[in-house]
Design a protein around this ligand. Structure first.
Ligand SMILES: NC(=O)c1ccc[n+]([C@@H]2O[C@H](COP(=O)([O-])OP(=O)(O)OC[C@H]3O[C@@H](n4cnc5c(N)ncnc54)[C@H](OP(=O)(O)O)[C@@H]3O)[C@@H](O)[C@H]2O)c1
Length: 294
């Protein structure tokens, strides 16, 4: 067995399975109904049977605001479960690929974050993801930790929690006005491009910490306009607001730009532009939506 993909029902998990299979790897796709990653004994039993070369963990608790009122749940999935995965991987000699987030940073920098920058997570979610990074690194010698931001993939049209482009697409399609924050910045990361570059990393680079954010730093407002424009919908339905006008339970990093300089220096392809990614995302999400209806 080449790889386990955990959280295979999520938007990144499904792209990872598609990309691995496309490269001819033998994959066991494990969605939440197949494996709850917090149950270490079940993971261990699967590992005992199949002994994959790679264990790719795409499962996560991603409810940034909700985590403020249930930090234990966030920590159970994003922190302690990762400790269990890392320990089992170490015992069975499986390499662990685990994903983290730009929310491990406080966002006060004015330059894109590099891997050497000191994290200072501003929320319960960020703290739980940072704990996961530490557990992965501390308990598994062969661990790749990849930080990403604002993940969006075509599968978001069918996953439980969707993604930002999906929300903007649905609301602007219904002619609903929207207020979107214009003074918070991110590097939205296109899931299919992330999946292929992640596998390149496994194939070519040594274990370690890597950033693989999207190709551009953009405000959430500008990103929303780009989505509406790409879809031929009206960007004028979207009004820019400051973050002070949109209070949320969780603090978010204001400038959450991830630098991919380290991965690019290793020969990993640059991420596609947001225009390119948005165009492809739209085409693929429409195909999935149409297939779902018929
Ligand atoms: N989405 C983002 O904007 C974003 C931003 C930064 C970093 N990331 C990171 O990128 C990675 C991939 O995220 P994604 O965007 O693909 O998220 P996603 O679409 O929400 O997928 C996550 C998957 O994990 C599953 N899951 C949750 N708890 C689980 C458990 N205890 N056992 C097994 N599966 C469980 C979820 O199932 P249910 O749907 O049933 O809950 C879902 O299928 C994660 O590490 C995430 O933290 C994502």
């Amino acid at each position: 067995m080449d790889a386990f993909v955990l959280g295979a029902g999520g938007q990144l998990g499904m792209e990872m399975v598609r990309e691995l299979e496309g490269r001819g790897y033998e994959v066991l796709a494990l969605a939440r109904r197949d494996l709850n990653i917090t149950v270490e004994s079940e993971f261990e039993a699967l590992m005992e049977r199949s002994r994959p070369r790679w264990t790719i963990n795409c499962a996560a608790y991603n409810l940034v605001d909700q985590a403020e009122s249930e930090p234990e749940k966030a920590m159970a999935v994003n922190g302690f479960a990762v400790r269990g995965l890392a320990q089992v991987c170490q015992r069975f000699g499986s390499t662990l690929l685990h994903y983290s987030t730009d929310h491990v940073f406080d966002g006060r920098s004015e330059q894109p974050y590099v891997e050497e920058d000191l994290p200072a997570a501003p929320s319960a979610y960020g703290i739980s993801k940072l704990a996961g990074e530490h557990f992965a690194r501390s308990y598994c010698d062969n661990a790749y930790i990849v930080r990403v931001a604002g993940v969006f993939g075509p599968g978001g049209v069918i996953t439980r929690h969707g993604n930002f482009p999906e929300l903007i697409y649905k609301r602007t399609s219904a002619d609903e006005p929207l207020r979107i924050v214009n003074d918070y910045f991110s590097t939205p990361t296109y899931a299919p491009a992330l999946a292929s570059r992640s596998i390149d990393l496994l194939e070519k680079a040594a274990p370690g910490l890597y950033h693989l954010g999207g190709g551009e730093t953009i405000s959430w407002y500008e990103w929303a306009r780009k989505i509406a424009t790409t879809a031929g919908l009206s960007p004028d339905l979207i009004t820019p607001i400051g973050h002070v006008d949109y209070p949320t339970p969780a603090k978010r990093p204001q400038y959450a730009s991830l630098s991919n300089a380290r991965t690019e220096a290793l020969g990993i392809a640059t991420m596609p532009s947001l225009d390119q990614a948005a165009t492809e995302w739209l085409e693929l999400r429409n195909k999935i939506a149409t297939a779902k209806q018929s």
